[in-house]
Design a protein around this ligand. Structure first.
Ligand code: ADP
Ligand code: MG
Length: 433
């Protein structure tokens, strides 16, 4: 069999530490390294058992399984697509598995493996990783290892960084009670296979947002620390008035007893937006909040966005906040509460660009009178649990940004995704009576 490997891939293949992470830039040949390493191990240790995991099965099929099938010579393996197992002529096997939800770990409850491989380790939780380590055993003398590959970013960014990247010098073994660990960075070595085949690849990465570019192009692990909206710049985003002629106006709100945060947002036909003013007031019951919004409304409103939980019935009154608002003739529109895509939509609105006079601006600007939004939006930090989400502490700083998110998520991609009637489900009954 004739195969080639980069220096970095050889380092990964030859590494005998208990826990190995090959991590860094996208396209560095990490997944391919797993496929190659799995093959070599299977041939070297007859009847050995390996498990390769991706978070979901479709991802596994499109990447690792496809590459394995094209790489492994037909006279050495037989693949069972039913069982998702590669059977080697010498009795070795490679299982292809996934672990989408926390409960999926129990799929491997009674299994044992010599080597477990995680591809895109930062897609997994630490809990999954630690549980699966316990499946590493066998009545043979073969080396037992966990070998992982990944890009920075995603839900596992923080724990993976702590477990491998921050433990000391890179490329060196570090000893722990649970075994030795090593981090092999895939930063410097270019993957010439990829660049030969697809010279446009680096260009496409260049178009990503600053942070994603740092993660995928440079394999930088330090980017998801600190401020979430690093694109926020008061000089660009805080303005006296809209830099367009407003065509319509919306309200976007977050409501709880601890805070009513409502933003009045003017919108242009070409997808620009300006937060005209804000309401930021604690301790209002729902009917008071509705009245407050009504009293502050000074031009026609095209719609009021609110989070889906406001449609839940309250135990005390048997009514939902949405119903109460509706009976004050303020019908709410149910916004989307997917946090990660919502924050991405906010980022898209804040992304600075040069206007026709060369002055930096953004699709969304905020009136200087909106002091709470201006204070809290730049105060949000990356969550340790999921770097694509924000820290929920201190809770007070989340209200105004949440209200903004409920607007941006409905207007993302430059088009209105607003169906005026979707929010009215369950409320229409009320009006019909
Ligand atoms: N040793 C190699 N021989 C041939 N092709 C390779 C080799 N290493 C990587 N490649 C190719 O380079 C591309 C990127 O590699 P991949 O392993 O998917 O990168 P990563 O997982 O680091 O993002 C793939 O198309 C892969 O097939
Ligand atoms: Mg990969």
């Amino acid at each position: 069999v004739e195969l080639t490997a980069t220096k970095k891939q050889m380092e990964f293949i030859n590494c005998t530490r208990d826990e190995v992470l090959f991590g860094g830039r996208a396209g560095g040949g990490k997944s391919y390294g797993q496929v190659l390493d799995g093959f070599i191990y299977a041939l070297k240790y007859p009847k050995s058992k390996q498990l390769i995991l991706r978070r979901t099965y479709p991802e596994l099929e499109k990447s690792i399984i496809r590459t394995s099938l094209s790489l492994y010579p037909k006279n050495t393996v037989k693949y069972s697509s039913q069982a998702h197992v590669m059977n080697f002529y010498n009795g070795s096997i490679i299982d292809y598995g996934y672990c989408d939800g926390e409960k999926d770990i129990y799929r491997y409850q009674s299994a044992e493996f010599d080597v477990i491989r995680f591809d895109e380790l930062t897609h997994f939780t630490e809990n999954m990783y630690v549980y699966l380590i316990s499946r590493l055993r066998g009545a043979n003398s073969y080396p037992k290892q966990i070998k992982s590959t990944t890009n920075p970013g995603n839900i596992g960014h923080m724990w993976v960084k702590k477990r491998f990247v921050d433990i000391g010098e890179w490329g060196k073994e570090h000893k722990f009670a649970t075994g030795s660990r090593i981090f092999l960075p895939a930063v410097v070595t270019d993957n010439k296979f990829l660049l030969d085949k697809d010279p446009g690849y680096l260009k496409r990465l260049e178009n990503l947002s600053q942070k994603d570019k740092q993660a995928l192009l440079y394999g930088n692990w330090d980017i998801f620390a600190g401020q979430f909206f690093s694109e926020w710049d008061r000089n660009i985003h805080a303005t006296k008035k809209a830099n367009f002629t407003p065509q319509s106006e919306y309200i976007s709100m977050d409501y709880g007893l601890d805070m009513l945060a409502a933003l009045f947002i003017q919108v242009s036909d070409d997808g620009r937006a300006f937060v005209k003013k804000e309401i930021y007031e604690p301790n209002l019951i729902a009917s008071q909040a509705a009245r407050k919004i009504k009293s502050e409304t000074d031009s026609p409103i095209n719609g009021i966005f609110a989070p889906p939980d406001l449609w839940n019935r309250r135990q005390d009154t048997g009514k939902s906040v949405a119903q109460i608002f509706n009976s004050c003739s303020l019908p709410l529109i149910k916004s989307n509460n997917n946090r990660v895509s919502g924050w991405l939509a906010v980022k898209e609105f804040l992304h600075p660009y040069k206007d026709e006079w060369g002055k930096l601006t953004a699709k969304l600007t905020v009136g200087e009178n909106c002091t709470n939004l201006i204070r809290t939006l730049p105060a949000l930090t990356h969550s340790d649990k999921n770097v694509s989400d924000v820290n929920l502490n201190p809770h007070e700083i989340t209200h105004a940004p949440d209200a903004l998110r409920y607007f941006c998520t409905m207007f993302s991609g430059g088009e209105k995704k607003v169906n005026m009637y979707t929010g009215l489900e369950g409320l229409l009954n009320l009006t019909v009576i």
